[in-house]
Design a protein around this ligand. Structure first.
Ligand code: URA
Length: 232
């Protein structure tokens, strides 16, 4: 049970004081009856606003095709963010919708967004070793030795205390590779190539997160995932 005004404000409908106005105006029903107390404790599933059930009262989990040029940070000073792609109401939710891990501004591909912080912690923890598949193009030819180097689990990047976990590299063309990482250190793919062979990553795209793929989602589009998809 949740306080009605707090529920509406946490789902991004309005402020708590506006919720009182909505209740007075008769816009809210609980169990089919017009609500008369914005402070009443209610079951989210019983509430209707303008006759409509509440918008994802149990939480959101989204699979987004992140386009280039948007950041995952919530700090507006870092530039336009992936959250600008979402409906206004979702952007006003509290807890906020945030990315599960981050992709750089100049990385495209599969990004999960959620308001479920336990899920963020679980899926970003290196303990859980969720494999993430990246496709990179580089500014120089790659040598086969890199495959062994990345797989060894000994590569220590500048400023890191622990070496990179073993990573699977497949060289698919002289200047193109797929890389599977089970962790997410800052700029990890770019830094791994720079540190080992001096290569600059020209394009970087995340194709897969665990078993999830983008399918035919266009850049900037998202689809909803069931909240329990990772429970199996
Ligand atoms: N590694 C990077 O360097 N950048 C990303 O966005 C993701 C992984």
């Amino acid at each position: 049970m949740r306080r009605l005004d707090q529920l509406l404000s946490s789902l991004g409908y309005c402020s708590r004081s506006e919720a009182r106005g909505w209740v007075k105006a008769g816009a809210v029903t609980v169990g089919g009856e017009e609500a008369d107390d914005a402070g009443a404790r209610v079951r989210p599933a019983d509430v209707r606003v303008d006759g409509e059930p509440l918008d994802h009262p149990d939480g959101l989990l989204l699979l987004l095709h992140k386009p280039l040029g948007l950041v995952c940070s919530h700090d507006g000073r870092e530039g336009p963010a992936v959250y600008s792609l979402l409906p206004e109401r979702w952007r006003r939710r509290n807890p906020v919708v945030t990315s599960i891990g981050r992709l750089d501004k100049e990385t495209s591909g599969l990004l999960l967004l959620t308001d479920q912080s336990p899920l963020v912690h679980r899926l970003t923890s290196p303990k859980h070793k969720v494999p993430k598949l990246y496709r990179a193009t580089l500014d120089r030819d790659l040598s086969a030795e890199l495959v062994t180097l990345f797989a060894a689990g000994t590569l220590l990047l500048d400023g890191e205390k622990a070496p990179c976990a073993p990573a699977e590299l497949r060289i698919v063309a002289p200047r193109e590779a797929e890389l599977v990482l089970t962790e997410g250190k800052y700029h990890q793919v770019r830094r791994m190539f720079a540190a080992t062979c001096g290569a600059t990553v020209l394009t970087l795209h995340r194709e897969q997160f665990g078993d999830l793929t983008l399918g035919d989602l266009a850049p900037g589009a998202w689809r909803e995932l069931p909240l329990d998809i990772f429970n199996h």
